[in-house]
Write a protein that binds this ligand. Sequence first.
Ligand SMILES: [Zn+2]
Length: 283
Amino acid sequence: MRAVYECRCVAKTAAALLQGVPGTIFADGWLVKYSVPMESVDFLALRDAEVASRMTTGTGILSGWDITRRYTRAEWAAASHALVSRFRTFEPAGEECGTVYDDTGACPECAAGGVQVSPLRLPASRLPRGVDIAITIGGEIVVSKRFRECAERTELTGASFGPVEAPRAPHRTNEGWFQLRVTSQHLEVAEVTTFGRDPFDTTTYGRCPRGDLAGLNLLSELFLKAPPTPAADFAETRQRVGLANGVGLLRARRLLVLSARARTVLLAAGMKSLQLEIAHVVP
Ligand SMILES: [Zn+2]
């Protein structure tokens, strides 16, 4: 596995703190982009500059970051599970369009755990084009008709496909899109998995003391405890990621995990925008 850390910093600040780390200036000279292997000397230099900046000025120098991981064919062949690591994200959230949630059972600490009690409602014009799976800013996952047909034809287990209704005409359903609703038993995230605000976050920022919200972002690869048997092809973690006390419409969401068979059939069918990382199962 090769993991690459990519971040953007304000060029002026970076010039003072990050001499010697090769970056690419863009955005009219305002920003500099770094792309370095995780745990490399350059990565450690970026970490030290970020930590130093937070200590001296109270704010960091990062204006955005991402981690991408690439696996060998042999690593994929040995993997039993795959995490859907990123989605095409779009607005609006279902809740803005009449999707109803019942928050009475939500966690009193972090407000995660509201239950969707109506079909998903979204305007057809806002559903993304050229992709087969996407997510709203509210964490609702939608899939294309061909994604659904592929899953049903190959009898993938653990999910149902709900309608996507028009906001003001609830009985007019979208023919090209469906909501992926995972119905299988939850997976348990193993403790070695790390979550946080950014890769240099060593606090417990955003973690719910009750254990249902793991943090703002997944930082490491995903490690799972032994999955329930029989294993489902679609499953979600019990723990959520996202903002505590969901600001506005942003709801913390569970992580979506596929079986090796689901990964194989969906990729063989050419599903677009399905981005995966290996999810490890630990004893
Ligand atoms: Zn909570």
